[in-house]
Design a protein around this ligand. Structure first.
Ligand SMILES: [Ca+2]
Ligand SMILES: [Ca+2]
Ligand SMILES: [Ca+2]
Ligand SMILES: [Ca+2]
Length: 365
């Protein structure tokens, strides 16, 4: 079992490092995640599973005495340390993400129907009708509880294993801790969330809890007709909606911390004896898999992201000075509302008078 570690190391060494395409713009392209783990509290191979599935326990949350299950039972946690390519701790407003895409391949072990669009919560309960066959596979952020934190890449003190960061993969002799204290719902230490901030909501039971989620992205499979089965090793592509306020805020916080952590989740049904689930769910390649990166094909999680880092407020054309051409660009966005506007210098989702004040404060520099 040492070979997978060697492969991980090789993958990280092969990371395509950032290169600026113009002042302040960083194009990130990672061909491997820093961490990929199956976020399943009772995972018997913490950190080292070769594949990881996403499925739900809807209809069977309390079907097995002594245990209970989150509706989003099996989640996948993926993390990338960005601090070597994008300076952290500049303040969340110093970062603006203009594009972000996650790609990860299915293993093809279990056929499941392709649904490329959002399913509202009222068509998930047992007995409800799903008008478009299949359930979407979605990407969210990650929230933490019970002393776990998102953690900077350098963090080394986290329960239950002081001296190590939370949710690390470790190595084969010092494996990662489980994601939960028990086989039980509402307890996992790292959970899917659609919010940024210090107290993000846990969406692991949003059907039960009666609210809609706001996914960062929904899986798209090229070459598969919606409603048809995905039954092979095939890339799922997630284009994150950077123009949504929750997504942009989450990505900004991540870059400021130096680590981006994402969840892949789906309410595709699990398989279990006597239950309502059809057992049609996706399983994905982790970097430990022998075929995760072989024959010139990478199947584990890959991330690309374009980040604009503010080095001089007001320098909208990135030429190192704040002058009349920047004023023209600023006025072109004045009055606009949006999550990722370059002229929204105070990051409140609107280009208005406070931004003009900031702009004028820089003018002539
Ligand atoms: Ca792993
Ligand atoms: Ca559907
Ligand atoms: Ca300029
Ligand atoms: Ca503003």
């Amino acid at each position: 079992m040492r070979a997978p570690i060697a492969r991980q190391t090789a993958a990280l060494a092969a990371l395509v490092l950032a290169h600026g395409s113009s002042a302040g713009v960083v194009n990130l392209a990672y061909n491997a995640p820093t961490i990929d783990r199956w976020n399943y509290p009772f995972d018997s191979a913490p950190g080292f599973g070769e594949t990881a599935a996403v499925f739900s326990a809807i209809g069977q949350e309390d079907a097995f005495p002594g245990f209970s299950f989150d509706q989003r039972d099996a989640q996948i946690l993926l993390a990338w340390d960005t601090n070597a390519q994008v300076s952290p701790l500049l303040g969340t407003c110093a970062y603006r993400v203009t594009a972000a895409t996650l790609v990860i391949s299915t293993t093809g072990e279990i056929p499941f129907r392709y649904d490329p669009t959002f399913d509202p919560r009222d068509i998930y309960p047992v007995g409800a009708t799903d008008p478009d066959p299949g359930r979407p596979i979605e990407v969210f952020g990650v929230g933490f509880r019970s002393g776990w934190t998102a953690g900077a890449p350098t963090q080394t003190n986290c329960p239950p294993t002081p001296g190590f960061p939370c949710y690390y993969e470790g190595d084969i002799n010092n494996g990662a801790p489980a994601f939960g204290p028990c086989v039980c719902k509402d307890q996992r230490f790292a959970f899917a969330t659609d919010q940024a901030g210090s107290t993000p909501r846990d969406i692991s039971n949003n059907v039960r809890d009666g609210f809609e989620v706001s996914p960062f992205a929904t899986a798209q499979f090229a070459g598969v007709t919606p409603g048809a089965y995905v039954n092979d090793a095939r890339d799922a592509s997630f284009t994150l909606n950077v123009n949504a306020a929750n997504v942009q805020a989450y990505l900004r916080e991540a870059l400021n911390s130096g680590r981006l952590v994402l969840t892949v989740s789906s309410l595709q049904p699990a398989t279990s004896a006597g239950g309502p689930g059809g057992g049609e769910y996706a399983r994905f390649f982790m970097k430990e898999h022998p075929l995760g990166n072989s024959g010139g094909i990478t199947r584990w999680a890959r991330l690309t992201m374009t980040v604009e880092v503010t080095t001089l407020v007001g320098d909208l054309n990135n030429d190192g000075a704040v002058t009349t051409p920047d004023l023209t660009l600023f006025l072109g966005q004045f009055g606009q509302t949006g999550a990722a506007l370059a002229a929204d210098f105070n990051c409140d989702g609107f280009v208005g008078t406070p931004d003009l004040v900031l702009f004028l404060g820089s003018f002539g520099r």
